[in-house]
Design a protein around this ligand. Sequence first.
Ligand code: UD1
Ligand code: BG6
Length: 398
Amino acid sequence: MKGSYDTFMRKEIFEQPESLTQTLRGRLVKKSTGPATSDGTGSGFTSVFPLNDLDMDDVPFEVQLGGLNERMSDIRRSNRVIFVACGTSYNSCLAARQTMEELAELPVSVELASDFLDRRCPIYRSDVCVFVSQSGETAETLDALHYARSHHALTVGIVNCVGSSISRLTDCGVHLNAGGEIGVASTKVYTSQVVVIIMMALLLSSDSRSKDARRAEILRGLAQLPSRVEATLAAVDEMMKTTAHKLKDQQSILLFGRGYQYATCLEAALKIKEVSYVHTEGIHAGELKHGPLALVDDKMPVVLFASCDATATRVHNALSQVAARGGLGRMIIVGCDGDAEVMRYKDSATLVLVPQVVDCLQCVLNIVPMQLLSYHLAVARNLNVDQPRNLAKSVTVQ
Ligand code: UD1
Ligand code: BG6
């Protein structure tokens, strides 16, 4: 049911505070000596989510993913982790890869299921293959799962649909619990996928005392995420509608980002092209001068993700390079509220400001205005938002 919303896509974008709450529910826990709790966290753990911001500083908490419990030591002992997925699910793996590498200290690769199959990628029994899918039925991802099983890898599913093929055929896994998603363009499931992969990374590092402080800041970020997404939705919806009206007759939009935001520009580009049919390219900001800069002139709309993280200086270099080729007038900069570097552009470019959260979760907030931009662009171009031409929600044949 769409309720008061005009489309499922808009409803699902606005559901994200709730879908993220459901993804996290019962999975942020504190160790306790009491009996098993009724919310599924099991003996020895008490759920501490949702919490208010004040409580969070006082409570040392951890991640608990019931579906991985029995295989956690096998995953920790593995030689590498390979994520396999298609479309938006693939982008969610890219978004969380850096955190997985940082916390698990394992080689992590991210594979498009179709390319993984084309290459007959070498897989060994010491590998962990993680299959990420909303439907749990995507043909290429399912075939890749059969392939990994035939090579005796440990298989893990991160799936939204309970009872789906991938959920049933994997050795273990995590359900996203994001609720049903009807719009062909995936929105709320993307943000839940990023969160689950980051929770898996936290769990993999839970034995490492040297990472306690980093884990604590990410855990705090996770607990704050639903309210920060809610604030983002309220702050940017109207602005994205106005921006969509300005962009609706454009033939092309380029999106630049790096670090944690590289996946955001790929996912934003995918979202816009899927529902508005405007040509988009998500480009790593480090690649600008290796080709894409040739496309930049004073007419080309450019979106740049400028978060406050370790890549900030390099992102601002990219911004200057784009600005030098036609000015800031057609640039949309997605940045953090209060970031002085970004505020310098408030009179010359379109600034989209979102709340700041820990670096590795900023991508969850940054994608929200882009989801809204794609929705408003499709509406402004009078297109079918929920069922774009030529696309299907679940692709079960290759
Ligand atoms: C599970 C229950 C949840 C209950 C909680 C209480 C289900 C679907 N979930 O949640 O309703 O509140 O216990 O303890 O019954 N799995 C795979 N592959 C996948 C996804 C999951 O094999 O792709 C397996 C998991 O390894 C696990 C089971 O499915 O054995 C359920 O996974 P999940 O729902 O994530 O577990 P919990 O969060 O513990
Ligand atoms: C289809 C959908 O192409 O499958 C996309 O239109 C989706 O939105 C992709 O990202 C992968 O689907 P799933 O169900 O495996 O996440």
